[in-house]
Design a protein around this ligand. Structure first.
Ligand code: HEM
Length: 322
């Protein structure tokens, strides 16, 4: 019954949306699955209505996919007999969420146009849609990524930044290793204007002596109550304490006020170039929003696989095709 309702809604979408405005993929999908992007957006919208916070999860999921072996859907693979330690189980992937959203989009796409749209493309579209639904600027994501067959927890540990990184370490990763710019680093860090962190990702900054790079009053009154040392479970805190569910430039004001949870956020203040950008985004409305769309589009194209010998279109996003 639920499936029939979803399919009927998608059919209506297909009939009502003019062909000229269906999707923005530059090839492949537009010919062989013109509704691909509309289907993904439909699923993302529903998931974000049902589960607030899942939009932030999708944006982080794209970052963690693209930084480890490129945007190839490798973060989506489950442990299996052949590969018991995929990226997903890495400690740096703690708290990743949104996998079910990709599964649902894939399920519908396999009904509408089987074996055409890769999981890597679905994730790139889903992150873009999540940003747009959270009031971010829409950007074009071209289609044609293939799904990778390799996924390694050790590679995830090596390629993802810990929250303890200083600016030099962040720049080495983003600029030297991933071919992005320092500006991309500052802009993309602004994704920490939404979503949550587990206490375990930052409690070392609270105990025993509060880190001087963190505002004392914020640490004591806002963070410590969320993360009491005697708690059994790993609590969570908003990444942006002031406007936690809005994709806005508030993050940069928080950085200037030393009211962000990670040392890596604070470290953006430690060079003139990055500090100037933080000040610009904190004070000039609209600048960050425009630049975020550009940097996200760039992130979505990192080391994409298009060679059929190296990649495939998975039937299920959680396992490679055997
Ligand atoms: C610059 C280096 C970065 C570091 C050190 C970092 C680190 C982290 C950590 C530790 C968490 C919390 C994980 C947890 O405890 O649950 C987190 C959450 C998050 N990160 Fe980053 N991150 C970085 C860059 C980025 C980038 C480039 C993006 C996206 C473009 C991003 C998007 C997010 C989002 C949206 C969340 C919240 C996820 C949720 O609510 O499920 N981060 N990040």
């Amino acid at each position: 019954m639920k499936n029939r309702a979803i399919l009927f809604t998608l059919f209506l979408l297909y009939v009502m949306v003019p062909a000229s405005s269906r999707g923005v993929g530059h090839h492949k999908h537009t010919n062989r699955c013109p509704e691909a992007e509309n289907i993904v957006k439909f699923v993302v919208e529903k998931a974000m209505n049902d589960t607030p916070g899942i939009g932030a999860g999708l944006i982080r999921l794209l970052f963690h996919d693209c930084f480890v072996g490129g945007c190839d859907g490798s973060v989506l693979l489950d442990p299996s007999d052949r590969n018991p330690e995929p990226e997903k189980i890495a400690a740096k992937n703690l708290g990743l969420r949104g996998f079910e959203v990709i599964d649902e989009a894939k399920r519908l796409l396999e009904i509408f146009c089987p074996h055409v749209v890769s999981c890597a493309d679905i994730l790139a579209f889903a992150a873009r849609d999540a940003a747009e639904i959270l009031n971010g600027a829409r950007y074009n994501v071209s289609a044609g990524r293939l799904d990778g067959k390799v996924s390694s927890a050790a590679e995830a540990e090596k390629n993802l930044p810990p929250p303890t990184f200083n600016l030099e370490e962040l720049q080495d990763l983003f600029v030297n290793k991933k071919n992005l710019t320092t500006e991309d680093l500052v802009v993309l860090s602004g994704a920490h204007t939404i979503g949550r962190s587990h206490c375990s990702s930052f409690t070392k900054r609270l105990n025993p002596n509060i880190d001087p790079t963190l505002d004392q009053e914020f640490a004591i009154n806002t963070l410590q109550p969320l993360c009491p040392p005697y708690a059994n479970a790993d609590g969570v805190a908003h990444l942006d304490y002031a406007t936690p569910v809005e994709l806005d430039s508030q993050y940069y004001k928080n950085v200037l006020d030393r009211k962000t949870v990670f040392f890596s956020d604070w470290s953006l203040l430690t060079s003139n170039e990055t500090r100037d950008l933080v000040v610009q985004y904190a004070t000039k409305p609209g600048d960050w929003e425009a630049d975020f769309a550009v940097s996200m589009a760039k992130l979505s194209t990192l080391d994409v696989i298009t060679d059929r010998k190296k990649g495939e279109i998975r039937r299920c996003c959680r396992s490679v095709n055997y």
